[in-house]
Design a protein around this ligand. Structure first.
Ligand SMILES: Cc1cc2nc3c(=O)[nH]c(=O)nc-3n(C[C@H](O)[C@H](O)[C@H](O)COP(=O)(O)OP(=O)(O)OC[C@H]3O[C@@H](n4cnc5c(N)ncnc54)[C@H](O)[C@@H]3O)c2cc1C
Length: 411
């Protein structure tokens, strides 16, 4: 059977769903294909934060600001509740050295329009009565928000389906061929798609699809392990991270990991924590379960959770919130963030392959950036100028030395 549509979106994670939704809203016919099911990738195995504070001033922060506005619209526009909430966020600071770094970081964020402040030990205890005495200060931003990623995808799906989306699950492209200015896609389930454009939104697996065109992008999985608690009464006013988490996220290659934290047994455990890329993120869901994350590991496509890493996460949360020692952890999971070497997503048309677009590689920001990603990708597909310069995200930056793209495209 041949299905004809304006656009094929490959990958039903939050970015593929957002793109499909946006295109359907604009009256395009869209086929969405996933090799498993909606949310089988990182978007179904992640935290729920729309975090502004973690971002260095620049294009990602600007896009996160815009996404936050779009989330407010989506909350009203999508046909189901997405559990969008603005509780604010705090980054816990334990040492004068961390305080100095965070003061600089906050000052630069303030200069770029993000209202974050450093609050003292008294104020942090008002926000978080259960926090350890070791915390000497924290940041506070009233704008950090959260959304339920599964409900967000459901909302995009229901909204797009109401506007004619065709969703093919448990199916994957086996070949992608340019034909007379359009694309012919043979699927593993036997269908043939004939579409004007193709959007590769396959997250950490995006490269598998690029391989069908003889291309290789350095988009690689970065594993994150998470613990989930039983339902609890609210433990504090905001979502929480540690300054070490930000350091782990922003630390440039070559800069050594911080030494042993006070709750660690010694340098050997500090080394293990660094190998796992251990950070601290603590968010309460609408149902009362807390998500305790997470690691950042280069472990290929392995999604197993490892007792050693989970043990570190558990001891770390008990360190920050001693009351957690009496709490049951009911579940663990791991997800694969789609990472790139420069920490920027890949969004744009691939040179030499007219009508083939990338929308992948958002690493730890894919939920937060999904509304704006869907929008700018839909703009590119429609040949409109996006509201942001996408210069930093251009696919070309990773394609140097990959031969004659025009020849590959015509072959
Ligand atoms: C532990 C953890 C915590 C996180 N916390 C946050 C957070 O708090 N806030 C935030 O903004 N981000 C967070 N992230 C990052 C976020 O989850 C990702 O950036 C985002 O989910 C990526 O979405 P995506 O749609 O690009 O890819 P994915 O969700 O990975 O979707 C890709 C889809 O493509 C499909 N696919 C793969 N190969 C093919 C193929 N050949 N053909 C068709 N389909 C295919 C897969 O089945 C999958 O459904 C976290 C991630 C992890 C792991």
């Amino acid at each position: 059977m041949t299905i004809r549509a304006d656009v094929t979106v490959l990958g039903a994670g939050v970015n593929g769903m957002s793109t499909a939704y946006e295109l359907c809203k604009r009256g395009r016919s869209v086929v969405l294909v996933d090799k498993v099911v909606m949310g089988a990738g990182a978007s179904g195995s992640c935290d729920d934060m729309i975090l502004l504070q973690s971002k260095k001033p620049g294009i990602l922060l600007e896009m996160a600001f815009r996404s936050l506005e779009l989330f407010r619209d989506l909350e009203k526009e999508l046909p189901c509740d997405i559990e969008f909430d603005t509780r604010g966020g705090t980054i816990l600071i334990e040492t004068p050295e961390e305080l100095a770094v965070m003061e600089d970081f906050v000052a630069s964020q303030n200069r770029h329009g993000l209202a974050v402040e450093i609050v003292d030990a008294r104020r942090i205890r008002e926000l978080h009565p259960h926090v350890t005495d070791r915390v000497i200060a924290s940041t506070y931003s009233a704008r950090d928000s959260q959304v339920n990623p599964m409900l967000l995808m459901k909302g995009f799906f229901l909204g797009a389906t109401a506007k004619g989306l065709t969703f093919l699950r448990r199916s994957r492209p086996e070949s992608l061929s340019p034909r007379n200015g359009r694309w012919e896609i043979k699927l593993s389930t036997g269908e043939t798609l004939e579409t004007g454009s193709v959007v590769n939104a396959a997250g950490a697996w995006a490269n598998e699809i690029c391989g069908l065109l003889g291309l290789e992008f350095p988009i690689a999985p970065r594993k994150g392990q998470v613990l989930v608690t039983e339902q609890l009464p609210p433990l504090g006013a905001t979502n929480v991270w540690s300054a070490q988490y930000i350091v782990s996220k922003l630390r440039p290659a070559g800069v050594p990991a911080p030494g042993a934290a006070p709750w660690m047994s010694g340098p050997e455990e500090a080394r293990k924590a660094a190998d796992f890329g251990l950070g601290f993120a603590f968010t309460g869901t609408h149902s009362g379960n807390y998500l305790i994350g997470s690691t950042r590991e280069n472990a290929g496509f392995d999604k197993t959770t490892v007792p050693e890493a989970l043990g570190l996460l558990a001891r770390q949360v008990i360190h920050y919130f001693p009351v957690m020692k009496d709490v049951h952890f009911i579940r663990t999971f791991a997800g694969l963030r789609p990472s790139t070497p420069d920490g920027m997503p890949v969004i744009g048309e691939v040179p030499g392959f007219p009508g083939f677009f990338m929308a992948a590689g958002h690493e730890g920001d894919g939920i937060a950036l999904s509304p704006i990603t869907g929008r700018v990708t839909a703009d590119l597909v429609e040949g409109r100028k996006p509201e942001f310069s996408l210069e930093s995200f251009r696919p070309e930056r990773f394609l140097e030395g990959q031969g004659d793209l025009d020849e590959a495209a015509s072959g």
